[in-house]
Design a protein around this ligand. Structure first.
Ligand code: HEC
Length: 133
């Protein structure tokens, strides 16, 4: 009985391993970033956007996760994104970005958005900007 179970689990393990390696979609090549998206990545790092925002849940928690903001029906427009980048809010500082920097940041956020999905639950973020495990 135990032996049959062991053999079954071993077979299932191999079938699953083959499935993961063959059908996982790993062969799909990732979307290559444009020059503008790469420049936006530099701005993202130089201006430390990640100290308050997350990409794939990683970063600071004072502001929202921006992984999929570019495809958000209400927030993904250039005008919406630029409004925040240009003026800041009472919580987000005005970082005095140039038009070019904002355009590059938008390209960067659009490229990140195409790479996958991420959602940080609102209930997991404390008002102090820390993550509740
Ligand atoms: C000091 C923290 C801080 C930094 C640094 C910061 N942000 Fe923000 N950001 C926020 C907060 C907080 C919000 C949410 C708006 C609010 O509550 O005032 C926000 C909102 C946004 C939004 C709108 C998000 C939404 O869901 O409506 C965008 C876009 C944005 N920030 C982009 C950026 C970019 C790009 C940078 C870097 C150039 C940046 N932020 C740097 C704190 C920050």
């Amino acid at each position: 009985m135990k032996f049959t179970l062991w053999v079954t689990l071993t077979i299932l393990f191999f079938i699953y391993s083959c499935y993961v390696y063959i059908c996982s979609g790993a062969e799909k090549s990732p979307v290559q970033p444009s020059a503008s998206a790469l420049a936006g990545w530099q701005v993202w790092q130089n201006k430390n956007c990640h100290t308050c925002h997350q990409l794939y849940g990683l970063g600071g928690y004072m502001g929202p996760d921006l992984t999929n903001i570019a495809s958000d029906a209400g927030k993904g427009s250039d005008a919406y994104l630029k409004a925040f980048m240009k003026n800041g809010t009472d919580k987000m500082p005005n970082l005095h970005l140039t038009e070019e920097e904002m355009t590059c940041l938008i390209s960067f956020l659009r490229w990140v958005d195409k790479s996958g999905k991420s959602r940080v639950a609102k209930e997991s973020v404390h008002w102090t900007g820390t993550y509740i495990f």
